[in-house]
Design a protein around this ligand. Structure first.
Ligand SMILES: Nc1nc2c(c(=O)[nH]1)N[C@H]1C(S)=C(S)[C@@H](COP(=O)(O)O)O[C@H]1N2
Ligand SMILES: [Mo]
Length: 314
């Protein structure tokens, strides 16, 4: 995500800067691999990283893409988690300060059985699956990430959404003692989905990646993943989920409503006011590739938006 503040990098410089960072990372990895004598990218985990807790057993999912996966190292060091800083490397440096146990998630609002879940109970709600999804940031870079998680619908069903519930709001953790105090966005970071989007089988709560517990910088202990929407919809480190009758406010929409709409479906035909959304650069690659409608998930989700003007509802 990019914001209109003088301290931020002008949109025109984003691609070169990202490219530079990526090339530097590529060279570092290439150097490391010469020493280690092994390839360190494209799905081959980096042996040097600290041993994280493995999650198993994991069911595979028919929704997974077979495209090559973005290196673990890139997935966990090229992050947006503005509470921990706006540079891509900041979350990996700073998010360790966040304690992810004990942790609870309140599910409340228009529910017959509102309930607060302890994170360890939440993890047992449904069988864990590996979901290899494309993640497409509004900044026009993308990744392929093997998430571990389960459908959000499994959690929502537990609380009996009332008939009047039409939207779901996600509220994330904010702690000024370990996160930025700069009002980059209205903290806590919030996001929202329509209830039918939230119940869609592609929408998951992720608790891990690459078969391991989610690193803090990726939104531990639980984050949303909605693969047909821009990355900013995937709220990290969720503490509350609220069912609403009316469309809830979202952090990015509040900060720049003309740039970030409520829907934020990946759409190559609707440009961001300051740059094109027609193509993207997959992290780890130098050449751009065309962006696909609904991030390539049109077959599964296009029907949710039948009859809607997606230029208006961007
Ligand atoms: N709480 C919180 N969640 C967040 C963000 C954030 O700044 N704070 N950034 C969003 C954006 S813009 C993107 S692209 C994704 C990035 O997820 P990743 O770092 O795991 O790739 O997280 C999203 N979730
Ligand atoms: Mo993003």
């Amino acid at each position: 995500m990019l914001i209109k503040r003088p301290a931020d990098i002008p949109a025109s410089e984003i691609t070169p800067r990202d490219l530079f960072d990526d090339r530097r990372r590529f060279l570092q990895q290439a150097g490391a691999s010469l020493i280690a004598g092994a390839a360190l990218w494209h799905g081959v985990p980096d042996n040097a990283r600290a041993a994280a807790t493995r999650l198993s057993p994991l069911a595979s999912s028919p929704f997974s893409t077979t495209e090559s996966q973005t290196a673990y190292k890139s997935v966990t060091t090229y992050n947006n988690f503005y509470e921990f800083g706006t540079d891509k490397e900041d979350p990996a440096r700073n998010a360790d300060k966040m304690a992810v146990r004990p942790w609870t998630v309140r599910v409340e609002g228009l529910a017959g059985k509102p309930r607060t879940f302890d994170i360890d109970d939440l993890l047992k709600l449904a069988p864990l699956e590996e979901r290899i999804y494309r993640l497409r940031c509004v900044e026009a870079w993308s990744m392929v990430v093997p998430w571990v998680g389960f459908p959000l619908s499994a959690l929502l069903k537990q609380v009996d959404p009332l008939g009047s519930a039409k939207y779901v709001e996600f509220v994330t953790h904010y702690d000024a003692s370990i996160m930025t105090r700069r009002q980059i966005l209205n903290w806590p970071y919030t996001e929202g989905l329509r209830l039918d989007e939230a119940m869609h089988p592609l929408t998951i709560l992720a608790v891990g990646l690459y078969g391991e517990v989610l690193p803090n910088q990726n939104g531990a202990p639980v984050r949303l993943v909605v693969p047909w929407k821009y990355g900013f919809k995937s709220a990290k480190s969720i503490v509350a989920i609220r069912l609403h009758e009316k469309q809830p406010a979202t952090a990015w929409n509040q900060s720049a409503p003309q740039e970030y709409g409520f829907y934020s479906n990946v759409n190559p035909e609707v440009d961001h006011p300051r740059w094109s959304q027609a193509s993207e650069r997959r992290i780890g690659e130098l050449r751009k590739r065309p962006t696909l409608m609904f991030n390539g998930y049109a077959e599964q989700v296009a029907s949710l938006y039948q009859g809607m003007d997606l230029r208006k509802h961007y």
